[in-house]
Design a protein around this ligand. Structure first.
Ligand SMILES: Cc1ncc(COP(=O)(O)O)c(C=O)c1O
Length: 440
């Protein structure tokens, strides 16, 4: 495939229209679709649709295809394994590649020391396992999570999710015992602080208020967070937020759970976003980019913490041999070149994009690490009023020019391309968004 997008029909094209009509009749209405893309093929950072239009994919299947669409090494690994053993159920039997992957993840974990790994099939399952493990290990019931956080949609994970009301509406009662507090969203600090005056009030509130009023510290099993909030708007906290959190957690015997489902697997230019901040969680939840598109999730915990007994938690498909083989191939590619590419191209993008607020009055802030980049749009820079309308328009207009992006939070455009994206492709992304911003 050539490197850049090409749009050859009106969108959606005639074949896409047919699929969409059938989809509307057959598929759950709970899915959100920002624009009518009907994908047919993918290669690297490009996706073509059923009508022959070619798009540059800055979503990567929602931060999933880390090594790009259909990377030949990942495809070959899947094919090889599919001819040998497709399924066995690692919860009841042994097979070697699951052990190999666990050993690799244990070595990569941001907190160091011996680790154990539990395998599931998705991000949500990785979080469910983390939540259950935290309760099991500590014998405590309660959890602290953050507003704006997204951790998944099954009942346990949903109880931690605090991203959009529609995700919870009509599903209560959820799992009790979760207290949500404001995240370190410095651009919109709820404590009214500036970086110079910040005393990390968003962590201080835990000891100064929660523990003294509604939440006895000794009942708290875990504090769970995304080191960079994803669905919440690609929000990047300062390092001191993590240092304070570690202090509070260690002091009170509370486990720290890092949800690196979106921010992990090299996307930020390091294996884990946690590494940018010196954050050392006790439990790490991984999924999305781990297997470049095959369904797999992993919960990695300090070996001492993952001490639950046989039968306490398991999943028939978790650690499926084909998905595991795709993960092993992905890890090799990330290690060899793609994390470095994410860091290099991410820097190229952020160097050009961070000054956008000086050029475009509707850009409030551009933030991120590596290839996890958010563009927050506002009505005016002084008032910082959220501009969701402009965001939605921009995502749709970019699609019409062959660029796939998605929103995050109420008014942020997120860029999470596959880690194989090239410099020319990154320049196309930025040229396109600049033109769109300038046209308004
Ligand atoms: C940070 C984070 N955690 C958990 C999840 C849930 O993952 P899944 O959709 O694979 O269940 C997501 C999905 O977007 C996520 O971004």
């Amino acid at each position: 495939m050539p490197e850049l997008p090409e749009i050859v029909t009106a969108l959606p094209g005639p074949k896409a229209q047919q699929v969409i009509a059938r989809d509307h009749a057959a598929i759950s209405l709970s899915y959100t679709r920002s624009y009518p893309l009907v994908a047919e093929r993918g290669e690297g950072a490009l996706v073509s649709d059923v009508d022959g239009n070619r798009f540059l994919d800055c979503n990567a299947g929602i931060a999933v295809v880390a090594a790009g669409h259909c990377h030949p090494a990942v495809v070959a690994a899947i094919q090889r394994q599919a001819q040998k053993l497709i399924h066995m159920s690692g919860t009841d039997f042994y097979y070697e590649n699951m052990v190999t992957l666990a050993e690799k993840l244990a070595r990569l974990a941001p907190s160091g020391g011996p680790q154990r790994v539990y395998f599931g099939n998705s991000g949500t399952e990785a979080i469910e396992a983390a939540l259950k493990l935290a309760r099991y290990y500590t014998g405590r019931e309660k959890v602290i999570a953050f507003l704006g956080g997204f951790h998944g949609r099954t009942m346990g994970a949903l109880s931690l999710t605090a991203s959009k009301a529609v995700q919870r509406k009509r599903f209560s009662p959820l799992v009790p015992g979760v207290t949500h507090i404001p995240y370190a969203y410095c651009y919109r600090c709820v404590y009214g602080k500036q970086p110079e005056s910040c005393a990390v009030e968003c962590v201080k509130v835990i000891e100064d208020q929660l523990f003294k009023t509604i939440l006895p510290a000794g009942e708290v099993a875990a504090i769970i967070l995304e080191p960079i909030q994803g669905e919440g708007g690609y929000v990047v906290p300062p390092a001191k937020f993590f240092h304070e959190l570690m202090q509070v957690a260690r002091k009170h015997g509370i486990l720290l759970v890092a949800d690196e489902i979106q921010s992990g697997m090299g996307r930020t230019g390091k294996w884990w976003a946690s590494e940018h901040f010196g954050f050392e969680p006790d439990i790490l939840a991984v999924a999305k980019g781990i297997a470049s598109g095959m369904p797999l999730g992993a919960t990695v915990a300090r070996a001492e913490v993952m001490n639950w007994g046989p039968g306490s938690h398991a999943s028939t498909f978790g650690g499926n041999p084909v998905a595991v083989e795709a993960a092993l191939a992905t890890i090799e590619l990330l290690d060899r070149e793609l994390i470095e590419n994410a860091a290099r191209i991410g820097k190229r993008m952020l160097d050009r994009m961070r000054p956008w607020p000086r050029r475009f009055p509707n850009v409030g802030e551009v933030r991120g690490h590596g290839l996890m980049i958010g563009i927050e749009l506002v009505r005016d820079q002084a008032g910082r009023e959220r501009n969701g309308e402009l965001r939605d328009w921009l995502v749709r207009a970019a699609f019409e020019r062959g660029l796939l992006t998605l929103g995050a939070g109420e008014n942020t455009v997120r860029l999470s391309p596959p880690l194989v994206i090239t410099a020319d492709q990154a320049d196309f992304v930025m040229d396109t968004i600049e033109e769109l911003l300038a046209s308004r």
